[in-house]
Design a protein. Sequence first.
Length: 297
Amino acid sequence: MSLTDWIARTFGSMEGLVAVLLAAAIFIGLYIYSASRLHQARLEAIDRIRQSLSLYTRLAGALDDRMNGGSSGPLVNESLTALVQECKAADRLTIDLQEHLDTFLRDQDESRLGMLHRALEREMNRLIEERTEIIRRVESPGWGMGLWLLLKPAVPAIALGAAIVWTAEMVIRLREPSAWLMPEVWSLWLTSMIATVSFYRLLMDGKRKSSGIIIHMLHLLIAAAALPGWIWLEAAPYVLILQLLLYLAGFRFTAKRRRRERPYAGHPDMMKQLPAAPEAMAMDEAASPEPGPNTRS
């Protein structure tokens, strides 16, 4: 068998071979680009953590010195205020810590130093754990993590290939004049593209927090919801509505309340949960008879 016959039997024609080689070149190019971007993103994450830890540790040291009876005065107060202002420029500043910093800058209350110090300790411990996890995955990953790091750069190329396949399938269906007026064809293409985007976000998003788990579950449900449309074309419009509802549900489940909206000591919601008000307890104590001399214990 000659090379020309083998190409004709395997790829159909020389044009088919060129198309396969071009697709392989695009896949390899996207893989290399995605791998370099992922590596750069990990390095940038470590740099942001390092910058934030540098600012947090300086403020934590000043707070330790102040809380342990260190020197105080106008110059010390100005230095502490400057450190607090610098921490607001941290790359990994969270909303919770930002509200602690803003409250201290607004009130300048010494009693808030302990709360601010504890918030700093929580953030520093969290960032140290995150940095350790990133370094461990890069330098000494396990068997499963190493395999995933090898396959993850291929996800963008796979998503692009899937989008091309869904579009080509829709173009084939639209060759029939009646298909242009069928909402099922357009809905199937939209549900497939939405599922592809959700599949991409599901695999490329590296969050592991509670909100990240909810986001992962929503993307998994959105991607899985497209299966009935591929099996039964008439179900595509309903699948599209379901996917849009799941996307809207994501805004509800991932919304975070600000610290001022959460219950705290003295919050009206917390006061309502108390068994009795202090005035009512005082009235009960006044109404109770005091033990007299003839009262037996």
